[in-house]
Write a protein that binds this ligand. Structure first.
Ligand code: WTA
Length: 654
């Protein structure tokens, strides 16, 4: 990797006291925080060292202290029970509700009249809610959900855009003890149906449509398609009137959101939940063809988020926090909704596309609301970088004090652009590593850390990781290996919905105390961690995890396809895109118009999986490389992409 060039011992270091700099070949860039930032940080370097030492000496005591900073109905009997490891029960015996910490408790404090949410639609319409207003809206919806017969443990699927009602629906579910299961709006009717039936949702909340890059995306029609036949579990569909579309409303089943909540009271009891009662299910791709429904609960999840907001994001009373993640993914759950609200900060939500109406939309939003912390993804930065520096220059970005990145490795040139043109060489970049399964940040610099562009730095205090070979033996500094987490942590996944037997085999193949992240990483000589990407058959397309097998299975359901293999290939903006190798059925192989077949297959994938699965190119081949036991060998195809001569027909050893 080029980024390792500068990391060899003995090369000169170029230290930057947050001043403008250009990357010079062979030099290692190191960025030190501004003195003012160190003075004002929630955790200064000494406190960081103390926290790390105390967490090492007494991990459970460390997390217990974090938990004490939140509100509980009843405290725990034990901080963590590992008697059934690798099943770990955090805060066993305690009772709480994450919504009590995210909303209810703020109403009795000065936060009551503070802005909880600033929302902006793509067309420029805005809405702001104080904590009190949001609390009232959530209570109304919670009462309405209760009157629909929903309660503890019931599942609610959210097929929603980035609008305030999505946040309200999540919080209302949590308030009544129901379990939300968000499905990203870029998934097809078929993928939606699969998830609805898997979790046996009683209620689906959606919108008529939403605005994206100047167009209206129709959501209700997709829900209708998903519910045609075979979704008997769904009793009600609640529809937010976002885009004023003329949608079909099924008389017995469908109800407008506004009509549902209009008559409801604005106070509602908050359900008392046990620590490990499920809060939400969120599907993520794995190496099998089927996505896994990752389950998170109330207690551990909120403790983990609380620490990351307070310490990594250094939240202050005056902050305006903008995480650009979608609520259909974990980043939106943790850092648009739950984390910021637990921290009592103001969270920003933008419905639309970063390029609408032009490439300065994000900078315009930062300037207008005075955003202080901007949390986004490398794929977004790369896209905006392409449009040049004139767009950020059009706006006053001086309110920003911290920048952050998540979802994929950020290359040093992207890091430097973000640092220089968005942060004006004043703002540290927090490159946070984590996953749907980890619930919240795990490895990340703190604002006071000395940064190296491209490195995710060190594990947070209380988190311990290692880099190991296939057998679990630690590898040396500079050698690539598998990232594992060696101690349980509070916001860890509870389960895989409906498939508890898969949980341990997938995440603890090396046994308890060795959580298998599925990422390749190295540690440099200073002990800093660099993530290189997935080690398994999962692609990272624009920061979204998409399983190769999931796409292959989708291809195989088309009558023209005899065999299919999908690999990720590098892309300048999206990081990775999918390329499909297809063996056609004989009658289709004989057709001359390959473009027509490509069009047909692309439409098919859109229908099967959704627009989220971008197939960049397709190649038609006679055969696919397989092992003697019949498994596709994607690395042979990857080698071919890289220009290596390979024989696709050769059988590869297992
Ligand atoms: C990748 C997103 C490099 C990684 C929060 C991980 C990263 C997967 C980083 C999880 C980062 C996440 N640097 N790679 N800072 N953060 N990843 O579940 O491969 O959608 O396993 O969660 O994204 O993706 P997920």
């Amino acid at each position: 990797m080029e980024r390792r060039t500068g990391m060899k011992r003995g090369l000169p270091r170029k230290e930057n006291a947050m001043k403008e700099t250009d990357m010079a070949y062979g030099e290692e860039l190191v960025f030190r925080p501004l003195p003012q930032l160190v003075i004002e940080a929630n955790v200064n370097p000494q406190e960081f060292a103390t926290a790390q030492a105390s967490a090492k000496a007494d991990n459970l005591g460390y997390w217990e202290d974090a938990a004490q900073e939140l509100d509980w109905f009843n405290k725990w009997d034990v901080v963590m029970d590992d008697s059934e490891a690798p099943r770990y029960q955090w805060f066993k015996g305690a009772q709480c509700n994450i919504v009590y910490n995210a909303l209810d408790r703020h109403i009795a404090t000065a936060n009551k009249n503070k802005l909880a949410l600033i929302w902006e639609g793509e067309a420029g319409d805005t809405k702001k809610y104080t904590y009190y207003e949001l609390y009232r809206e959530v209570n109304k919806l919670a009462n309405a959900m209760r009157s629909l017969g929903l309660g503890k443990g019931d599942r609610v699927v959210l097929y929603m855009p980035l609008i305030p009602q999505t946040m309200m629906a999540m919080l209302a579910c949590a308030k009544i003890g129901a379990v939300h299961c968000a499905v990203f709006a870029g998934f097809s009717a078929k993928a939606l149906r699969q998830r609805i039936t898997e979790v046996e949702a009683k209620l689906v909340v959606t919108a008529d449509g939403f605005y994206r890059n100047g167009r209206i995306v129709n959501l209700k029609a997709t829900v209708d398609e998903a519910l045609v036949g075979g979704c008997d579990c769904v009793e009600t569909v609640v529809v937010v009137n976002r885009a004023k579309l003329d949608v079909d409303m099924g008389e017995a089943r469908d109800i407008w959101y506004d009509a549902l909540v209009r008559q409801e009271r604005s106070d509602a009891a908050t359900e008392i939940m046990n620590s490990d009662d499920p809060l939400f299910i969120l599907h993520t791709s794995g190496t099998t063809g089927e996505p896994k429904g990752i389950v998170h609960g109330h207690a551990g999840y909120m403790v983990g988020l609380h620490r990351s907001l307070d310490w990594v994001f250094d939240i202050k009373p005056t902050d305006i926090f903008w995480c650009t993640g979608d609520m259909g993914w974990i980043t939106g759950h943790s850092y648009v909704v739950y984390g910021p609200l637990i921290a009592g900060t103001t969270t920003v939500m933008y419905e639309g596309h970063p390029l609408y109406p032009q490439a300065d939309r994000m900078w315009d939003i930062v300037a207008r609301y005075g955003v202080t912390i901007l949390y986004t993804a490398p794929t977004v930065i790369r896209m905006l970088m392409r449009y040049g520096n004139q767009y950020p220059r059009m706006h006053d970005l001086s309110t920003l004090r911290l920048l952050a990145s998540v979802g994929e490795p950020i290359s040093p040139d992207t890091w430097l652009w973000f640092y220089k043109f968005i942060g004006h060489s004043q703002c540290p970049i927090l490159d946070t590593w984590w996953q749907t399964e980890t619930g919240g940040c795990m490895i990340s610099p703190f604002p006071v850390s000395v940064l190296k562009p491209g490195s995710v730095h060190r594990p947070m205090p209380g988190i311990e990781v290692d880099i190991v070979d296939e057998d679990g033996n630690p590898v040396e500094a500079g050698v690539a290996g598998n990232l594992i987490v060696t101690k349980p942590w509070p916001s860890m996944l509870l389960d895989i919905f409906g498939k508890p037997e898969l949980r341990d085999a997938t995440y603890w193949p090396l046994g308890p105390g060795k959580y298998w992240a599925g990422d390749i990483a190295t540690r440099d000589e200073d002990g800093l961690i660099w993530i290189h990407g997935r080690s398994d058959d999962v692609m990272n397309i624009a920061g979204h995890r998409i399983g190769n097998v999931e796409l292959e299975n989708a291809f195989l359901t088309h009558k023209a396809v005899a065999d299919a293999a999908v690999i990720g290939i590098p892309d300048k903006i999206k990081g990775e895109v999918a390329k499909a190798y297809i063996v056609l059925q004989a009658e289709f192989a004989a057709l001359d118009d390959r473009n027509e077949i490509i069009r047909m297959l692309k439409t098919h994938i859109r229908k099967e999986v959704g627009p989220v699965a971008v197939i960049r190119s397709m190649e038609f081949v006679e055969t696919l490389p397989r092992t003697s036991s019949g498994k596709i060998v994607r690395r042979v195809l990857k080698a071919r992409e890289a220009g290596v001569q390979v024989d696709l027909a050769a059988v590869v050893e297992d």
